[in-house]
Ligand binder design. Structure first.
Ligand code: FAD
Length: 376
């Protein structure tokens, strides 16, 4: 039986803690907040993340608290007209792609950890170095501003500002939003919308390129009038949804090259601490779940240095490919030049009429991956 310390009680910390405790290890989670913060807004759980939740025995609970994503719809912002819609079920089989509130996911993972006898130390600002003397392994799931990443990678300490801002809001679902993810694209900005919580609520993520003066915290609020001003060009029924925003959180997005050192001694990085990413493929939580599964297996089977090598070998190629695809999406979503926009939109309309399912091709490697079936 290993004695493991986990720093951070977000999606990665809670999932790795649960997986390890379920395998019989003694796990303590250290969280700097006084409470497990069941906050946030919508989160997409794609099949590659869902299979880890299934492994934890949480499928039923996730189903109850989420909406099935039946298709992806891409629209132009001006009048909200459809450019392309594709159903992913034909390529993903019956695999589940769920849309839910982050707070509900965190609550489910927290309960799972408690039932697996994980112990929690709340209000504890943990330091990986001192914990590493007391535990067989320390897993740093301390998020986008990870102190541990900086400790393990002293040269590239800082997050890279991305000059993107995200606003997140949840409004009553009064428009006829389909049961899936809608991406509405505009020059320099886009909106992602999807229903959550029994389809009663509509999750809105609004992203715009803008100079970011190092504002990276969750929890800042924005005046609804400011959002309406910034996104005033959006028409169709999305305008109605944007007009109904009463509260919104503003979030400066940051990203980071995947650092050189993923582990030192018995200290390992995981989730956003290892690879903060822009949300253009909604993979932050899903990648965190994949990391959690791989790392929980490896530290059970191997000594720290072998586990570190294998962790890097398994996760690096996939994370690098993901980061590359995210970068590509960033400019495609925000095409500014009217000529390029017109050409791209004609291409999407043509695809919609001729062979819409082919639009899912670039995502198959991502969603059809089942980390729980890896031969570790
Ligand atoms: C408050 C919040 C709200 C979010 N809302 C959304 C959302 O609505 N939609 C979405 O798609 N994504 C959201 N995200 C991001 C998403 O949850 C993550 O990208 C993804 O789930 C990976 O999670 P993580 O566990 O690696 O990191 P995080 O979710 O960031 O969790 C890190 C945890 O570590 C704790 N921590 C940090 N330093 C220390 C320390 N020194 N000692 C102890 N504890 C420490 C933090 O308090 C935090 O609880 C949110 C993140 C946060 C923190």
């Amino acid at each position: 039986m290993l004695k493991v310390a986990v720093i951070g009680a977000g999606v990665s910390g809670l999932s790795v803690a649960s997986l390890l405790a379920a395998a019989g290890h003694k796990v303590s989670v250290f969280e700097k907040n006084q409470k497990i913060r069941e906050i946030g807004a919508g989160i997409q759980i794609s099949p590659n993340g869902f299979c880890v939740l299934k492994e934890l025995g949480l499928s039923e609970n996730i189903f109850k608290n989420s909406v099935h994503n039946n298709s992806i719809l891409i629209c132009d912002y001006h009048k909200g007209k459809k450019l392309l819609q594709f159903d992913q079920r034909s390529v993903l089989g019956n695999k589940d792609f769920r849309l839910m509130h982050r707070a509900d996911l965190v609550k489910i993972l927290y309960r799972s950890a408690l039932s697996n006898k994980v112990t929690f130390n709340l209000g504890y600002d943990a330091d990986a170095k001192s914990l590493s003397n007391q535990y067989s392994f320390v897993i740093a799931a301390d998020g986008v501003h990870s102190k541990t990443r900086a400790l393990l990678n002293p040269i590239k300490r800082k997050n890279r500002r991305s000059d993107y801002f995200a606003w997140r809001s949840i409004v009553p679902n009064k428009i006829k939003h389909h049961n899936g993810v809608r991406l509405t694209v505009a020059p320099n900005k886009h909106v992602v919308s999807y229903p959550i919580r029994g389809r009663d609520q509509l999750n809105l993520v609004l992203i715009q390129e803008a100079e970011n003066n190092e504002i990276f915290e969750w929890g800042m609020t924005e005046r609804p009038e400011e959002i309406k001003r910034l996104f005033s060009g959006f028409g169709g029924d999305l305008k109605e949804a944007l007009d109904s925003i009463e509260t919104a959180h503003k979030w400066g997005l940051s990203s980071h090259e995947v650092p050189v050192n993923w582990a030192t001694g018995n200290v390992f990085l995981i989730g956003d601490a290892l690879h903060p990413m822009l949300p253009f493929l909604a993979q932050g939580a899903n990648s965190a779940l994949e990391d959690a599964f791989v790392l929980a297996k490896l530290i059970t089977l191997l000594d720290p240095s072998e586990a570190a090598d294998k962790y890097h070998e398994i996760r690096k190629p996939r994370l690098s490919r993901l980061m590359k695809q995210i970068k590509n999406n960033a400019w495609k979503f925000h095409l500014e030049h009217s000529f390029f926009r017109a050409c791209t939109h004609s291409g999407l309309r043509f695809l919609d009429k001729s062979f819409p399912q082919s639009a899912s091709l670039p995502f198959r490697w991502l969603y059809n991956y089942d980390v729980t079936k890896l031969n570790i």
